[in-house]
Write a protein that binds this ligand. Structure first.
Ligand code: FAD
Length: 348
């Protein structure tokens, strides 16, 4: 690689760069600390492309929503560690906050709440970076991040050009956006959020409503909601440093209202919730019903407290993860005739 190889690293282990702790190796790896380095990344890509026209780009934030489904990652792997946030503009009701892609999501949410800016508090405690949050339109406790995004900026590593996407152009949907399925060379470099200065509690989730039932109004603040959400999450989800995982391994499948009624007749305890397009069935409930909650096979299994989370008990290979996930999918399909779809991005 000549003189640029001093900053572009080769054969970098990724085990500590993905929360499932799968053991893969990046052929080419670059951590971006400053916006000024983006041109350099573009140069690296072009140089690698000259040698291999198939070379891909893989952007990794905290690696909490990926399955590295190969030992050797033949790509330019970049990790945007771009930091900082500032107010772009504000009025008496709203504040437009620009945040760089490499900030940790959970830290950014707390900072917003501490400033009294509301909107993101129900999304507190989610792993990952700010730049990755729009990719799958992260959601929890009745909120989705896409509803709070005003615009975002990307850098195309292949062409070396910046682009601005309005929220509409991001095509946010349930755990999806244009960045999850398209635009493989666009790296999100910053996101502008449109947040409220006036706080309204979204307690549509029973567990959250219960936390605030007897709490006086003056104590119901964005920060206290963020803390409560984090507490609930921590009581249910495994710590990635103890048990490797990527959060929910499957999306909640959508069925028609008619199909839901049929299922409800057969399984009166079915867990489901209404959606604009039909009814979403809890994937966790389906998996639990098939007997996978806490069921271990080799080094992997579905978590004992939450059947939707596939965990690595230590030393799991990607083959084990994918084969176990297939077993789960097959059992759910055979029992309910419902197809589960993986939520994390499978990186071939
Ligand atoms: C315990 C646990 C709980 C979780 N709970 C939730 C939850 O409640 N709700 C939820 O929605 N998710 C949840 N997740 C999933 C995950 O935290 C989010 O999807 C998060 O946004 C991923 O961020 P990341 O930085 O780790 O992205 P990565 O895993 O590194 O990347 C994910 C995808 O985004 C792409 N990407 C990353 N950064 C960029 C960028 N700057 N530009 C372009 N593409 C990029 C990657 O190439 C990849 O395709 C959970 C995960 C864990 C481990």
């Amino acid at each position: 690689m000549g003189k640029i190889s001093t900053v572009l690293r080769h054969d970098v282990p990724l085990e500590d760069k993905n929360t499932l702790h799968l053991n893969a190796v990046a052929k080419n790896f670059y951590k971006i600390h400053k916006f000024g380095e983006l041109k350099m990344v573009h140069k690296f890509y072009r140089q690698l492309y000259k040698e291999d026209k198939q070379i891909k780009l893989l952007v990794i934030g905290e690696g909490s929503n990926i399955v590295l489904a190969n030992q050797d990652i033949n790509a330019l792997v970049v990790c945007p560690a771009l930091k900082g946030f500032y107010i772009e503009r504000q009025n008496k009701d709203e504040v437009f906050v620009n945040c760089s892609a490499g900030e940790k999501w959970r830290d950014f949410v707390i900072k917003c709440c501490q400033n009294g800016w509301s909107g993101l508090e129900n999304l507190a405690g989610i792993y990952g970076t700010v730049g990755a949050a729009p990719v799958q339109n992260i959601g929890a406790y009745g909120e989705q991040v896409g509803d709070w995004i005003y615009k975002l900026k990307t850098y195309n590593v292949k062409t070396g050009k910046y682009k601005v996407y309005t929220a509409e152009k991001c095509r946010f949907a349930y755990r999806s956006s244009v960045f999850k399925t398209k635009h493989p060379f666009e790296m999100i470099t910053s996101v502008t959020f449109r947040l409220n200065k006036h706080f309204i509690l979204n307690d549509s989730y029973a567990a959250l409503a219960a936390k605030f039932r007897d709490v006086p109004d003056y104590q119901i603040t964005p920060l206290n909601v963020a803390k409560a959400v984090t507490e609930i999450r921590n009581s249910k989800l495994p710590d990635v440093n103890v048990l490797g995982n990527a959060g929910s391994f499957f999306k909640n499948p959508l069925v028609s209202k008619e199909r839901y009624e049929e299922l409800k007749k057969k399984y009166p305890d079915i867990s489901a919730f209404d959606d604009d397009k039909g009814v979403k069935i809890s994937a966790g409930w389906l998996i639990e019903k098939c007997g996978f909650k806490g069921k271990r096979k080799g080094n992997v299994g579905m978590y004992e407290k939450q059947a939707l989370v596939l965990v690595n008990y230590g030393g799991a290979t990607y083959q084990e993860v994918l084969s176990y996930a297939e077993d789960v999918k097959k059992a759910v399909f055979d029992t309910f005739n419902i197809e589960l779809e993986a939520e994390p991005k499978i990186i071939e």
